[in-house]
Design a protein around this ligand. Structure first.
Ligand code: GDP
Length: 213
């Protein structure tokens, strides 16, 4: 990828600062410009990924403070671009009412947000397509949003095992109709996969004409 785009998107992401936490769609910021949302099973590494790409050690952990975990957290990058941290799913023993509220919250977000240009979805490369990930996949198949699937914690596998996992996950995804989804290995610990993700973010945020495959 062109070096300029990488540094442009890196600079943009480094501007990130906490904007607001929203319990429902009435309090979302103005639906203008472009926004990229992050979603994943709780513990998949979503906060670590947001912190790594923005180079801010604690940014997304603000979403983990008590009372904020079920909220939608918005981070401003510049006057027209945002990152959005969606609440994690798959909490062990979460009450049905909490799961339902999570689903409704997300449904509202996806159906309303015109500025949503892409979704970064995190899934542990060692444990792909667990129960709630499969629900998520079915649900995403109906949505129009392009998805970058980060197969997280790839540092826990050898390069060979990680490549095999990516290959079989891609095979599985080919069976899902109408879904614009690209899977890649990723690690916030050793930063593998960061250039591919940056390339996609540069494309989604209008800083590049195409993204790396
Ligand atoms: P979240 O619940 O999805 O926001 O997940 P966190 O980012 O809080 O990470 C959950 C746990 O996984 C923490 O103990 C992290 O240190 C660990 N973790 C996150 N990313 C990575 C990674 O890339 N590699 C490894 N080995 N562990 C990770």
């Amino acid at each position: 990828m062109n070096q300029t785009y990488t540094s442009d998107v890196g600079r943009l992401l480094h501007n990130a600062h906490f904007m607001m936490s929203c319990a429902d769609s009435k309090s979302y910021p103005a639906d203008e410009g472009q926004e990229v949302a992050f979603v994943g099973r709780s513990n998949a590494g979503k906060s670590s990924a947001i912190n790594i790409i923005t180079q801010k050690k604690k940014l997304a952990f603000s979403s983990k403070t008590p009372g904020r975990t079920q909220l939608i957290n918005f981070f401003e990058l510049d006057s027209s671009r945002r990152l959005v941290d969606l609440p994690g799913y798959g909490f062990a023993n979460a009450p049905i009412a909490t799961q339902r509220a999570w689903g409704e919250n997300l449904e509202d977000y996806f159906s309303l947000r015109k500025s949503l240009v892409g979704l970064v979805w995190l899934m542990d490369i060692r444990h792909p397509f667990q129960k709630y990930d499969r629900v998520m996949l079915d649900w995403l198949a109906d949505k129009k949003v392009p998805v970058q699937l980060l197969l997280s914690k790839a540092d826990k596998l050898t390069r060979n095992r990680a490549n095999q996992a990516v290959f079989s996950i891609r095979q599985h995804l080919r069976e899902v109709d109408h879904l614009d989804i690209q899977a890649q290995s990723f690690s916030s610990f050793d930063r593998q996969g960061l250039p591919t993700l940056f390339s996609k973010l540069a494309f989604w945020f209008g800083l590049a004409n195409s993204a790396e495959k």
